[in-house]
Design a protein around this ligand. Structure first.
Ligand code: G3P
Length: 221
């Protein structure tokens, strides 16, 4: 499973990139607005840090302008993935951008039927929003299961399942069980993945016992 971080916060991206565990980045207009920075400056900074796919979202809603925006975004760096919404015009833009070799992430997916259309449009990534489905008392992970099953029925579908709108570590574990390709995760939730109170307790006990021995590993030649 690949991990993308879902943020436009450069410090958080740099911190996670340093772990060597980060495979890519996703942004959206809300995250860019939250950063308070110029969109293109943010994209340049992210692409300077991360070699993997970096999703940058169009803001037009009609096909022609989405296509122009997508082409403009894709010119910024080789690893830019153009993010388009799951609408008819978004799907048309996806098809056209893919035909010119540009990677596309189809976002705001909330149903299996939408995911089928995205795969048929040649999307590089489909982004189903699990948390927002859970928020309205639907089952976000059931959608991931459905998409996995459907995509596996059609080996000519090359679209990767990018689980988005993740709210807690359980979403990531369940996505891995289902066989989703990628999770895009807010930085605070990525940090939570490593935490366990028994790890902290066990480490404290090991260190206390080691101190009693008076030994040092680095003192040995
Ligand atoms: O970036 C798309 C998605 O991950 C947004 O998540 O938390 O705004 O529902 P959220």
């Amino acid at each position: 499973m690949k991990f993308f971080v879902d943020t436009a916060d450069i410090d958080a991206i740099r911190d996670l990139a340093d772990t060597g565990l980060l495979d890519g980045v996703t942004t959206n207009p809300s995250l860019v607005a939250k950063s308070g920075r110029d969109f293109f400056d943010v994209l340049k900074d992210i692409c300077d840090i991360v070699d993997g796919p970096v999703s940058a979202e169009v803001t037009a809603t009609d096909f022609e302008t989405m296509l122009s925006e997508g082409q403009s975004l894709a010119k910024r760096a080789d690893n830019i993935v153009v993010k388009v919404p799951l609408t008819w015009d978004g799907l048309k833009a996806c098809k056209a951008l893919r035909q010119s070799g540009i990677m596309v992430n189809v976002t705001l997916c909330f149903s299996a039927s939408q995911a089928i259309l995205a795969a048929k449009a040649g999307a590089s990534f489909i982004s189903p929003f699990v948390g927002r489905l859970d928020d309205i008392s639907e089952d976000g992970m059931a959608l991931i299961s459905d998409i996995r099953e459907i995509y596996d029925n059609y080996p000519n579908f090359e679209t990767e399942i990018l689980v988005a709108s993740i709210r807690h570590p359980g979403h990531i574990v369940e996505a891995a069980r289902i066989g989703a390709d990628i999770c895009t995760v807010p930085p605070d939730i990525l940090h939570k993945l490593v935490q366990h109170p028994l790890t902290d307790k066990g480490l404290a006990a090991f260190l206390a016992d080691w101190k009693k021995t008076g030994q040092s590993i680095l003192d040995r030649k």
